[in-house]
Write a protein that binds this ligand. Sequence first.
Ligand code: AP5
Length: 246
Amino acid sequence: MASTSTVNLEDVPSVNLMNELLRRLKCSTKPDKRVILIGPPGSGKGTQSPIIKDEYCLCHLATGDMLRAAVAAKTPLGLKAKEAMDKGELVSDDLVVSIIDEAMKKPSCRKGFILDGFPRTVVQAQKLDEMLEKQGAKIDKVLNFAINDAILEERITGRWIHPSSGRTYHTKFAPPKVPGVDDVTGEPLIQRKDDTAAVLKSRLEAFHNQTEPVIDYYSKKGILANLHAEKPPKDVTAEVEKVLSS
Ligand code: AP5
């Protein structure tokens, strides 16, 4: 008997099946890719990720999203992570390494992945190398969303999110059609608890102290590409495409 989580394909509308088939056909010609997005809070990692995901048929693994889901579900992992996240500090390396290790095994990651917000410490980067070595794989590119801190407060405090899809809006730079409402589903948008000017200060501190050394780590390996993340979203997308297609 089919389990309750199994989708009965007969119940899926033909148009959805055809679209999925076409997507898989397109994906079969794409090369495998393993990409890391690194940058301070609000630099645009989450904005560019869905575009890269669709273009290269990769899975999008965002440790921040996974941790927020665990906090919302009050899982043991979420309970451990909540305090650090609320304060804008990093959660422990062991916690995030274990969730990434598990997530990379998903079938949707078979053509590769985008790591968004991981690794954030040199220890995490070294653990990632160990995990990939076991699979005979390696990181292809690390995209560094380089941007001045002064721009980030306006981006962070104006951000609104549709929680179930992860769609991101901005009151000034990417407003929804109706304020406070998701364009696609009509559901309400929310603001993240850590998206305040005060918590941003600690998040930036964590970035400069703990994550900047990770940029050096990948620069030394010769796989780092610097982006001009202060440019408008479309220009950043064009830079990403140039780097990933080369
Ligand atoms: P996480 O969720 O990863 O947050 P973050 O790194 O601080 O990044 P953000 O999601 O805030 O920024 P983004 O670059 O995705 O910006 P976006 O594209 O949305 O982490 C949260 C917390 O989880 C951490 O503080 C930590 O506690 C914990 N954590 C997560 N990973 C961890 C790890 N590996 N180790 C330990 N702890 C971990 O853009 C922002 C806004 O600007 C949007 O409104 C958008 O519309 C707008 N925008 C985007 N691009 C542009 C542009 N080019 N021009 C104008 N506006 C733009």
